[in-house]
Design a protein around this ligand. Structure first.
Ligand SMILES: NC(=O)C1=CN([C@@H]2O[C@H](COP(=O)(O)OP(=O)(O)OC[C@H]3O[C@@H](n4cnc5c(N)ncnc54)[C@H](OP(=O)(O)O)[C@@H]3O)[C@@H](O)[C@H]2O)C=CC1
Ligand SMILES: O=C(O)C1=N[C@H](C(=O)O)C[C@H](O)C1
Length: 271
């Protein structure tokens, strides 16, 4: 198998550093670049040393074009605005893009979909096998049970997370809505507060908890009359996301332009 040459965007972040460690542990993958924003305190540092490894000779840079030189794929866990800009640049260069960033607006998603007409992009709110299997199960259970079972999605993350609901909660909400033959935009209920009135039949509700160092926990609840089904995933280590993103990077190389999901990578689309 030929060596896959990877650039990490958001290199100094929690996920960026986990990805740099995961690349160092995986045969056939080479880190060729590390991107951060122009004000980052990591600029000029060695990417290996920054990630708790021995120095690897890759310097953290903010200048995108030279860093992309010779790269096969960019793995990007940064911020929505940075990921949208990068998607446009990579589409121009024909370089594959794995996007793990969450918190995109509808306009951001449309810009990424447009970039995917020119280069292969794999975008997912969660790169773990467990969560993507949970999404497939959620779709099936939602399709099996009718609207007498109310669907609620609860997530908890660490106290540094900036977006809510989590990308994973939205992924699970979309799976549930798909199972019910609806679009999530038509039925999602977020941020209840005060006198909200009774729950709307067919709604998909979201609740977000934040605290401490929680890596990521998600529960999909199907609440019926006198019985309840709960499907739960608990992430214990960010390395599950990093390894999933690298599996996607390998899968994406050489694909036709298009917007792919982790379900495509894992063969779960028809589950
Ligand atoms: N899909 C998945 O499986 C997962 C997705 N995520 C998502 O990934 C994203 C990052 O998470 P996490 O690592 O925890 O967050 P961090 O805040 O730790 O990391 C984000 C990094 O991106 C940097 N950054 C900001 N702007 C740019 C830019 N223009 N170019 C390059 N880098 C930039 C930030 O710099 P600075 O801090 O200096 O602003 C920071 O170092 C979030 O959206 C999160 O929700 C997280 C885990 C799993
Ligand atoms: O910000 C995080 O940490 C995580 N973000 C992703 C999300 O928004 O769902 C995935 C994971 O849960 C961790």
């Amino acid at each position: 198998m030929s060596e896959l040459r990877i650039v990490i965007s958001g290199a100094g972040g929690r996920m960026g550093r986990a990805l740099i460690r995961a690349i160092s542990e995986t045969e056939g993958l080479t880190l060729v670049g590390a991107l951060e924003y122009s004000g980052s305190s990591y600029l000029g540092e060695d990417a290996g040393a920054m990630s708790g490894l021995t120095p690897n000779g890759v310097t953290v840079e903010s200048d995108v074009a030279p860093t992309l030189n010779g790269a096969d794929v960019v793995v990007d866990f940064s911020s929505p605005s940075a990921s949208v800009r990068l998607a446009e640049t990579l589409a121009g260069a024909g370089i594959a893009h794995v996007i793990g960033t969450t918190g995109f607006s509808n306009e951001d998603n449309a810009a990424i979909a447009a970039a995917a007409r020119r280069t292969p992009i794999m975008k997912s709110g969660n790169m773990s096998l467990g969560v993507n299997l949970l999404a497939a199960l959620t779709r099936r259970v939602a399709a099996t049970l009718d609207d007498s079972f109310d669907i609620e999605i609860v997530e908890m993350h660490h106290n540094k997370k900036v977006d809510a609901p989590s990308g994973t909660a939205l992924l699970l909400g979309e799976a549930a809505a798909q199972g019910r033959g609806r679009h999530l935009d038509e039925c999602s209920e977020r941020g209840r507060d005060g006198v909200t009135g009774a729950r709307k039949p067919g709604a998909i509700g979201f609740a977000s908890l934040r605290g401490g160092s929680v890596v990521g926990e998600h529960m999909v609840i199907f609440a019926g009359q006198a019985e309840r089904i709960e499907l739960v995933h608990k992430a214990e280590d960010r390395m599950i996301f990093a390894r999933g993103a690298l599996t996607a990077a390998r899968w994406l190389k050489g694909r036709e332009p298009g917007l792919y999901s982790m379900a495509d990578v894992l063969g779960l689309s028809d589950f």
